[in-house]
Design a protein around this ligand. Structure first.
Ligand code: SAH
Length: 390
């Protein structure tokens, strides 16, 4: 006997579940029960939904309707408390999802002064030789970094995920499922626990646009993570930046800039041939910002390549007139990546030039570099448990 395909509840929204329930001739309050169980209690199996009568559970099983939470296949824990999860889907594909117990140093929180100060204190803390995360503290600024595709098609030259190519898009349920699996494993629950979310894992969210948007809505409306605590990062898929501007649910926007002129950007990020800096900056300038919102530009510093004072001056020129901040990330190294990580002085010099030009510029702390969990290091690495500290 061949099994008919399963339907996962995870990924379905209120109208879709309502439709399913109507079809089965069940009362409409079952909609709320299922939504609560799947997105708030985050049950693993229909059988765990104790509010449902036995008969209804049996009907769901008959119709091959399942919850559909992905499985945590591997878990790597960094010295700094960061956890890298390898999360698997029924077709055998997997992605990585990262838990950062004290925020990610750049996108965490609401960007308030207090947040920035906490960030700077955390940086100082990081430099102490025996730094250990303080368990039980700072629970207020944990961040989950989620993936939107298996692999990535954008081919940025400094990113390990690019080496995978793109295998497939994730469904909305698979995007939300990563969050549900991690919240459960960490035993935390929004909105009581303050959770920040960044769409900065594997893949390009704006090349899986509809599923990303649906996932963001479900995360806000059903899982209960505040919209202002979410940030999506794009390599610069310009038409989708305009689309995104019109969305009803809209996480904060980050743009991976990574170069100060077209020649350099095309070399580092081939997509710049299609959407160059002029097009990108026009979209950023037209982007409708809400109160106390700014566009974040990410800039990966590559030693001797894009980290010169002249590059910093060009960046300042490019960003003139945009309400923005810059997150600087010193390259996280990886096998097969032919760039070097610039020294702290060079990074500081770059930051200073931006600040002197009136642009708020912050350093992103590398998180979980020792377990390949940092930006640009997500490649489903299971063979390497630890790497030497940079
Ligand atoms: N595709 C999206 C989101 C994933 S990348 C995007 O490009 O924005 C998330 C961030 O990590 C991007 O800003 C990217 O420039 C940065 N990044 C990629 N590889 C890196 C590396 N090796 N070291 C440091 N940052 C890296």
């Amino acid at each position: 006997m061949t099994d008919s395909p399963q339907t996962a509840l995870l990924g379905l929204d209120r109208p879709e579940i309502s439709h399913l329930i109507e079809e089965m001739g069940e009362p409409s309050y079952r909609n709320q029960q299922l939504l609560e169980a799947v997105y708030r209690q985050r049950v693993a199996e229909i059988d765990q939904i104790s509010t449902l009568p036995q008969q209804f559970r049996a009907t769901l099983a008959e119709k091959r309707i399942v919850v559909g939470v992905p499985t945590i296949q591997r878990k790597f824990v960094s010295q700094d408390g960061t956890v890298r999860y390898l999360i698997a889907f029924p077709d055998g594909q997997s992605v990585e999802t990262v838990w950062m117990p004290e925020g990610d140093g750049g996108e965490a929180g609401d960007g308030s002064e207090a947040g920035e100060l906490a960030e700077r204190l955390a940086e100082v803390e990081d430099q102490k030789p025996n730094y250990r995360p303080r368990q039980g503290q700072n629970q207020g600024r944990s961040t989950i970094c989620i993936s939107s595709q298996v692999g990535c098609a954008v081919d940025c030259q400094f990113c390990l995920t690019a080496l995978l190519g793109v295998k497939r898009n994730l469904s909305a349920g698979e995007i939300v499922g990563q969050v549900c699996a991690v919240l459960k494993d960490q035993n935390v629950s929004p909105p009581e626990d303050r959770i920040n979310l960044v769409f900065m894992g594997m893949g390009e969210p704006f090349l899986n646009y509809d599923n990303f948007v649906k996932a963001a809505r479900l995360l806000v409306e059903e899982v209960g993570i505040a919209e202002r605590r979410m940030t999506v990062s794009t390599a610069g898929i310009v038409p989708r930046i305009y689309d995104f501007a019109a969305e009803r649910v809209r996480p904060k926007l980050a743009i991976s800039l990574n170069a100060s002129n077209d020649a350099l950007r095309t070399r580092l990020m081939p997509l710049n041939k299609k959407w160059n800096l002029e097009m990108l900056m026009a979209a950023a300038k037209a982007y409708p910002l809400r109160t106390r919102e700014w566009v974040t530009f990410e800039y990966v510093l590559l030693g001797g390549v894009n980290d010169r004072p002249d590059n910093a001056k060009e960046v300042a020129e490019l960003l003139r007139g945009v309400r923005c901040k810059v997150n600087l990330i010193a390259l996280n190294p990886g096998p097969g990546i032919d760039f070097t990580t610039p020294g702290a002085e060079r990074v500081a010099a770059f930051q200073n030039i931006l600040r002197q030009a009136g642009i708020p510029a912050f350093l992103r702390r590398p998180r979980g570099r020792d377990i390949y969990a940092a930006c640009g290091q997500l490649k489903r690495t299971v063979e390497i448990a630890t790497v030497p500290p940079a």
